[in-house]
Design a protein around this ligand. Structure first.
Ligand code: CAA
Length: 391
């Protein structure tokens, strides 16, 4: 049963309960099968849209729910509790393409894309990484050249979540000239409908975890786009991507929290059922202390993730706090799921029990949308800035 959280408003509690009920009914019963068969279920995406969860942060004028960031985070946490793969689909769609269009798009672009995204008719994706540019995102090579008033896009992208089923992908491409590379200041963000001639979905990755979410490579073979494909300024795409990744990272932090909470609950339940040496294993203090540590870390992670969301709601999109939330929540998810497998012992190592899947799902939260090392780098930079600017 969902525990009460007195720190949330009534509205936040309602959305949280709605997400939990949906996760229990529509996600948990299928999570094992989706993981085994690597099934991405577009029908579930439609159901998320019916709840308003695909336009959570969009204002009502674009058919969005107009929720605050904390409400979004608590919903995402519950969806991840049900199935982490569905949570990343929801997180990427809301935090990256939808927010990028809302923040940097022209009114015409907003009217064209946002209502359909909120209704789930258009699923969004985000393509930044390439084979040679992961953490060093500004080293990307895909490029856009002017074609009259429009653009032609060429190159390859990797690890695109939602990539095969998406209808619209925000793709970062170089707009600077080959002889005058400008690093992060020579990149544009383009709105690319996936039915554009030349947009080709490449390899579907066979992953360790999050197997119910699609991760694909994308090939851009002379994709011709009109002038309305460019988002904002032609050389600001990297900054837009970085700013939006802050929301993405908060989404991953909420997702990690949902995974950790699910693993903790499974471990507590199993510790009460499993008997060894004539008693339930929960009666051994060594194991009980492990559960206490797991619960404490989950609560600490939740405190940090909710604080980052509240700061955002108060107008402070603080990269340090978001980085800390993502770093701590993802490392907590990995630690808690590892302990949960240990509590289950030999059974935990088998696919028959969900902790094995949660353990695999947790790992990527330390990797995608900025590795733990990148989060530490972002945190460190702000620490140095603070100490050099303070008197
Ligand atoms: N908000 C706003 N602007 C930002 C910013 C932020 N959080 N971070 C950087 N910028 C701006 C800088 O101010 C700078 O702007 P100016 O040119 O105006 O000065 C510009 O962006 C360049 O910044 P840096 O000089 O810091 O760039 P850098 O090359 O040193 O890179 C980095 C910084 C933090 C290492 C960055 O490259 C990074 O975050 N790397 C990780 C990439 C990443 O997270 N990839 C995930 C891809 S998505 C994914 O995982 C798949 C999926 O679908 C889930």
């Amino acid at each position: 049963m969902l525990k009460d959280d007195v720190t949330l408003t009534d509205e936040q509690k309602q959305v949280r309960a709605l997400a939990r009920e949906f996760a229990e009914r529509e996600l948990r019963p299928h999570a094992e099968e989706w993981d085994r068969d690597q099934t991405f279920d577009r029908g579930v995406v439609q159901k998320l849209a019916e709840l308003g969860f695909l336009g959570m942060l969009l204002p009502p004028e674009y058919d969005g729910l107009g929720a605050d960031v904390l409400t979004y985070v608590v919903a995402l946490e519950q969806i991840a509790w049900g199935d982490a793969s569905v949570a990343i689909t929801m997180s990427v769609h809301n935090s990256l393409p939808a927010q990028m269009i809302l923040k940097y798009g022209a009114e015409e672009q907003k009217r064209r894309w946002l209502p359909t995204m909120a209704r789930g008719a258009v699923l969004g994706a985000f393509a930044l990484s390439e084979a040679g540019s992961g953490s060093d995102a500004a080293a990307l090579q895909a490029h856009a050249v002017r074609d009259g008033s429009g653009w032609i896009l060429r190159g390859q992208k990797m690890w695109v979540t939602n990539g095969a089923s998406a209808d619209l992908v925000v793709i970062m491409c170089r707009t600077d000239r080959p002889g005058e590379r400008r690093g992060p200041r020579g990149i544009g963000a383009f709105l690319v409908p996936t039915d554009s001639p030349g947009y080709k979905v490449g390899k579907k990755e066979d992953k360790m975890g999050m197997r119910g979410s699609e991760t694909v490579s994308v090939v851009l073979e002379d994709v011709r786009l009109g002038r309305d494909a460019l988002l904002g300024e032609p050389d600001k795409g990297f900054v837009y991507a970085m700013q939006s990744l802050q929301g993405g990272r908060l989404g991953v932090a909420a997702q990690a929290l949902g995974i950790a909470e699910a693993a903790l609950e499974h471990a507590i339940r199993y510790a009460g059922e499993r008997r060894q040496f004539g008693r339930p294993i929960k009666d051994f203090q060594g194991l009980g202390f492990k559960l206490a540590d797991m619960a404490t870390r989950v609560e600490a992670a939740r405190g940090l993730v909710y604080r980052a969301a509240r700061a955002w709601d108060c107008g402070a999109q603080d990269p340090r706090l978001t980085g800390m939330a993502k770093l701590y929540a993802s490392e907590t998810a990995m630690w808690v799921t590892t302990q949960a497998v240990q509590v289950f012992g030999g059974y935990g190592y088998m696919k028959d029990y969900p902790v094995e899947r949660l353990f695999r799902d947790a790992k990527v939260t330390e990797i995608y949308e900025g590795t733990s090392e990148i989060q530490r780098l972002v945190i460190l930079r702000t620490l140095y800035q603070e100490t050099t600017t303070e008197p």
